[in-house]
Design a binder for this molecule. Structure first.
Ligand code: ADP
Ligand code: MG
Length: 463
């Protein structure tokens, strides 16, 4: 009937806007590489901040001692205790705890957020095995993974540039997040020194390198998205400090803020952006990361309900609630293997209050999830190609079989199988068979916590 065909028109128009043929992905990759150059050339030279991490040496395996890490990411934060045993023994023991962040703290005050974190950390430290006893008078040391854009002033200090991913705490912007955390630790009466402040991408890169010396970049696809990689120090014109002995510097790209006229942006993406906490910013992130994919699906379904009565004569009220359809639920629907798409039916009913959907309707929902996830995965692959291009690793030179390993992490990459397999096959298609032999994508499971602890160890005051 005509309503159905109107709904299909909306779907097909959206699909058309989202299309990512190889030629477009190459344009996106080229634009990414161009912006990387621009961001390295001068401060403010690009949407890509290309932040200097002050990490000029990655873990070697020699790191030793008891270290803590704290990972403040998006939805959760983790505290981690690692006992490092050096070259032979490596990671002797590790323990972690995960705490979810109460939503009101994401938009409250800096003191409340850091107070909450410090108190959870203090409780965790209290569970330390007395047998691990620290040398008398020795201060505990912490690697702080803070996954928001920070302008670093040293390895253990840096000012918050802006919040992303649904956080908005005005009084913290511009402040040194290490000083904020340190004050909160003091209020808790916890004697601990922040030895390294790192982004989660840097932590993942460090953690990945500890286990595999061929790791050259890290990509996070979780609530948000970002990437980091190892750059040659002399290829960073905006760096006016001393050239590090290693000749290298790790760069936090903050690629979530990438944008380009080549990105396939639809009207739904534009609306999502305008209504977000950070309009005009993090455009790439809003198209590919876990915080947003479900909401893009919701927006298209809402349009189909409003303009084509896709779910019957009335528009299901829940469909109007921003972020009610979360990416894990989208993923569950997308992976539904049952012949009657039972999972899709249940999700539509439980989350959106839409009961008795027909199989035909459910199939359309799955198709929509596929359009949104495929665009995200293919754009992520294009971003990675951009990094490989910048490093000159997107081609093979005669007799060169130098491996390039990319450490990947984040809940979206880890759990959304159709997303990650599409990302990987797209990257293979983009770089071709020959080069593919040398490019390895490795899942670095929670490498960022371990990585931060390793960097705390290599920046210990007791070395
Ligand atoms: P963070 O990015 O907050 O540090 P994670 O890396 O654990 O944390 O990623 C969590 C995000 O991953 C969630 O916000 C969600 O968007 C996404 N995610 C988690 N589980 C799934 C899933 N099963 N399918 C799709 N996405 C998921
Ligand atoms: Mg994280």
């Amino acid at each position: 009937n005509s309503k159905w065909s109107k709904a299909m028109t909306i779907l097909k128009e959206f699909e058309g806007r989202c299309s990512t043929p190889m030629s477009k992905l190459r344009q996106v990759a080229d634009a990414m590489a161009v912006e990387m150059h621009a961001g390295l050339a001068s401060e403010g030279g690009s949407k890509l901040k290309m932040l200097i991490s002050y990490v000029d040496n990655l873990p070697t395996g020699d790191e030793e001692g008891l270290f803590y890490a704290l990972d403040l990411g998006g939805t959760n934060f983790r505290v981690l205790r690692v006992h490092l045993g050096g070259k032979e023994k490596r990671v002797v023991h590790q323990e972690f705890e995960e705490v979810s962040i109460p939503p009101h703290l994401m938009v409250g005050s800096s003191e409340a957020l850091f107070g909450f974190i410090a108190s959870a950390l203090a409780k965790f430290v209290a569970t330390e095995d007395p047998a691990l006893n620290l040398a008398p008078g020795r201060q505990r040391e912490l690697g702080f993974t803070f996954s928001f854009p920070v302008r670093q002033l040293s390895i253990a200090s840096g000012a918050l540039i802006k919040w992303t991913k649904g956080f908005l705490i005005e009084d913290a912007v511009g402040e040194d997040v290490v000083a904020e955390l340190t004050r909160a630790l003091e209020r808790e009466g916890l004697d601990m020194r922040v030895a390294a402040l790192v982004n989660d991408t840097i932590g993942t890169l460090a953690g990945g390198r500890y286990y595999n010396p061929d790791v050259i970049a890290a990509v996070i696809l979780g609530t948000g998205t970002n990437a980091a990689y190892v750059e040659r120090a002399h290829a960073i014109p905006k760096w006016h400090g001393l050239l590090p002995k290693s000749g290298e510097m790790v760069i936090n790209m903050e690629w979530g803020n990438f944008r380009s006229s080549h990105l396939p942006i639809s009207e739904y993406d534009q609306a999502l952006d305008v209504e977000s906490l950070n309009p005009g910013e993090q455009i790439f992130e809003k198209m590919i990361s876990g915080m947003y994919l479900g909401d893009i699906v919701r927006r298209v379904l809402l349009r189909m309900a409003e303009e084509a009565s896709f779910f019957g004569d009335t528009v299901p009220p829940n469909l109007k609630i921003p972020f009610i359809l979360r990416t894990p639920d989208m993923s569950a629907m997308h992976h539904d293997k049952s012949s009657d798409l039972k999972v899709v039916g249940t999700k539509l009913k439980d989350i959106l209050g839409i009961s008795n959907t027909s199989l035909k309707t459910r199939k359309v929902v799955v198709e929509l999830c596929d359009i949104v996830a495929t665009r995200a995965a293919r754009l992520s692959a294009a971003g990675i190609l951009g990094i490989l291009k910048k490093l000159g690793r997107d081609t093979v030179r005669e007799g060169d079989n130098q491996k390039s390993v990319i450490a990947m992490d984040g809940g979206l990459y880890e759990h959304y199988t159709k997303f990650s397999s599409c990302l990987e096959s797209t990257l293979r298609e983009l770089i071709g068979k020959e080069v593919s032999k040398n490019i390895v994508i490795e899942h670095s499971n929670d490498g960022s916590g371990i990585g931060a602890a390793l960097l705390a160890a290599s920046h210990s005051q007791y070395l």
